[in-house]
Design a protein around this ligand. Structure first.
Ligand code: ZN
Ligand code: ZN
Ligand code: ZN
Length: 456
């Protein structure tokens, strides 16, 4: 029995895995088609492997589906913020819902943090910023060497190898393109790892050479085989050329998650993607894939994308033809498409790395907090890629937690104008009320002295 499964198609490493379908439109049908194509490939592979006497790969759908117990999602649904220090509930006034501290939170402490519901890295930074945690990536094809101990389960390593030629090299190397759900080596090897040596013997070739050495070790009676791997510091998707993931995110299976959205992206008409800024399109696509039952969220603790729909969308005018095209291409309804575009245009928070705007994100946490021109908390996208709400002042239990949607250094009239234009409300916070009162007082004083001057 051959212990190592071999596959040739994998979107994350080579670009052979996805069928190009000219100008297909990525609606529900396209997603289904992508899924069907994937199944077809799986079946073909299984048949091929069966013919070779190898075992078929595991169920990838189960592998890609996110949260198992649904608990974090359940907590969000109940309005409990991650970490449990604050909750969303009615303000009890006519200001709708707000976030309230469930315990005292000291100045500087984190109120809540989670990766944002939706995000996108703009084209110019797509190769140098991780698409999931926004870490800056090394430009070069850097790897670090690790020695791992590969285990077998029922005679199989459950690791799928393929050939790749690293940048600047001439010889192919064996690269891990997939790890099956039943593999004993999940967490030991990662997708993207390149096999360098088996038990200290250099492989000196691609997956065929690697398999030969692994088989020899098994035939010699080994239950574990020491393999030296070169682990890349970043994986770049050659399917869409717009997504890269850091080593840590790769280890957590994010590139495998990306394959689902990449498959749909690659079916979009060339006119919509080639040489264009596709950030809005990709954000809409990510929304569709994330809320699609066959794929789901890429991580269980992130903000659930479907909650974005519960946030107030700001009015925006998108030409009907453009709206219609975006809705059809991404498979989101017209209402959802308009809602998300509205949020991107006004609510999106910038992802800044190395002093540059590299992308933007839509956050449920930020949207849940009400605005105040003298807020007791602030929101940032921290170095870990999470949206983090942190206390600017000591917050008492039961206090409402507020953030500012505008630059608090702006003067009252400017703040009010921005809030009305972008968020459609008139700010009546304590600071605005006080500043307005002072201004009126000043004006009355001026008017009085003017009248007094006239009487003289
Ligand atoms: Zn990352
Ligand atoms: Zn891709
Ligand atoms: Zn105000």
């Amino acid at each position: 029995m051959t212990a190592v499964e071999v596959q040739l198609a994998a979107v994350d490493i080579s670009d052979e895995g996805v069928e190009q379908s000219g100008n297909a439109v990525a609606d529900e049908a396209a997603l289904k088609k992508a899924e069907a194509n994937r199944k077809k490939r799986e079946a073909k592979k299984a048949k091929k492997m069966a013919a070779k006497g190898t075992t078929a790969a595991g169920d990838e759908t189960a592998e890609e589906a996110s949260p198992t117990d649904g608990t974090p999602k359940g907590r969000w649904d109940r309005g409990l913020l991650p970490g449990g220090r604050a909750e969303r509930r009615s303000t009890g006034q006519n200001r709708g819902m707000g976030v309230f501290a469930k315990e005292a939170i000291a100045k500087g402490e984190v109120v809540a943090a989670a990766p944002p519901a939706l995000s996108v890295i703009f084209e110019p930074a797509a190769q140098i910023v991780c698409s999931f945690c926004f870490d800056q990536l090394p430009l070069k094809d850097m790897t670090s060497e690790h020695v791992v101990s590969l285990k077998t389960s029922e005679g199989s390593f459950g690791v799928v190898l393929d050939d790749m030629i690293p940048k600047g090299a001439e010889q192919p190397v064996a690269v891990v393109t997939r790890i099956t759900t039943t593999s004993a080596n999940r967490g030991i090897v990662r997708v993207g790892d390149r096999f360098v040596a088996v038990r200290g013997t250099p492989i000196g070739g691609g997956h065929v050479a690697a398999v030969t050495l692994l088989k020899a070790a098994l035939e010699a009676g080994a239950s574990e085989v020491e393999v030296t791997v070169a682990r890349p510091a970043a994986l770049r998707c050659h399917g869409c050329d717009r997504v890269a993931v850091c080593e840590r995110c790769a280890g957590e299976g994010r590139m495998q998650w990306h394959n689902a959205e990449c498959a749909v992206f690659q079916q979009l008409p060339e006119a919509a993607t080639k040489g264009r800024d596709t950030s809005t399109l990709r954000m809409l696509l990510r929304h569709k894939v994330t809320t699609h039952p066959s794929v789901g969220e890429w991580c269980a603790t992130k903000e659930p994308a479907e909650l974005l729909g519960s946030l107030q969308a700001n009015p925006c005018d998108v030409p009907p033809a453009q709206l219609d095209a975006l809705s059809k291409m991404t498979g989101n309804s017209l209402a959802t498409t308009l809602n998300i575009i509205g949020q991107i245009r006004t609510n999106a928070c910038q992802i800044i790395r190395g002093n540059a705007k590299v992308g933007c994100a839509l956050s449920v946490l930020m949207g849940w907090h009400n605005h105040d021109c003298s807020p007791n908390a602030a929101s940032v996208i921290g170095p870990s890629g999470e949206v983090s709400i942190s206390a600017l002042k000591d917050i008492a239990e039961g206090d409402e937690v507020t953030i500012s949607y505008v630059d608090v250094r702006d003067e009252c009239a400017t703040r009010k104008k921005t809030l009305m234009q972008h968020y459609g409300f008139e700010c009546k916070c304590a600071r605005c009320t006080e500043e307005l009162r002072q201004e009126l007082k000043q004006r009355m004083k001026e008017a009085n002295s003017y009248r007094a001057g006239q009487r003289r």
